[in-house]
Design a protein around this ligand. Sequence first.
Ligand code: C5P
Length: 304
Amino acid sequence: MLCHLGNNSLTVHAPAKVNLFLKVLGRRADGFHELETLMVPIGLYDTLHLEPASFEHIEFSVWGHGAARGGKSVVDQQSEIPEGRTNLVVRAAETLREATGTSAGARIVLHKRIPAAAGLAGGSSDAAAALLGLNQIWRLGLSQAQLHDLAARLGSDVPFFLSSRAAICRGRGEIVEPIRWATRLYFVIVRPHTGLSTAEVFKHCRPTGSKWSADDLAMTLAKGDLGLAGRQLHNCLLEPAATLNQDVEQLRRTFARLPVLGHMMSGSGTSYFGICTQRKHARTVAARLHATRIGSVFTVESRP
Ligand code: C5P
């Protein structure tokens, strides 16, 4: 979502996602895992402000949730937002410069709201937003297909965020098949006090079966049968994440006692979500979760 300001500067809203379905099909020769996942963008956003600069480098600062300065306290190392060249936003900018040969500079300010190490792909979404935004303010004219190739180099989830529509993603995540359904989904999401490293969770995962597929769930959503959709939620990474992180196990038990349509961990965790019937229901469930002090609680909707 790009918003033009004056001066050729841009504001880009970078949404988080949740995985309603994630099946690990096997480990590949390149060390990555073959996936079948259904992802939905949600109304929890980071914001990037991008501005072309007269200098020939990338000036980058980050504020907000998990940032080392100006933000809330960081409770574990996993949850810290990387600064400087280790941040995917800067890597996206440098990948664009290398690919196009431009020596253009930019000032980029990232306001974080999406927690890190949470399975919500905040960093990947920021990187996609940087690719889209810089392509515009540097007037590079790269096509969606060219941006997709660069996005896939940056991370498995990055291509999904170029369109930020619900999609089934395959391969290591970079093969994106957009899907549609009419029903809005209401989520309660809890990010516990600790995070998990994606690489670590994948290292401990084993392919586990579900009698359903991502296509089955997409069809159920298209029919608007949220009761069945709640039962079809699946994530192969839940078991390894719950073994590595007690907060995830506690969330699984807590959600099992709540009146939600279905519940599951998102991505490689540690965020855990429940699906509610409507906004008011989500707020009621959120209030019960707040009371447990188990972590940060968000009520969000799927992005229309
Ligand atoms: O692609 P991305 O950099 O987001 O992946 C982070 C880590 O998660 C990888 O280094 C890899 O260990 C693991 N991963 C995987 N299979 C995938 C996606 C990620 O093993 N399909």
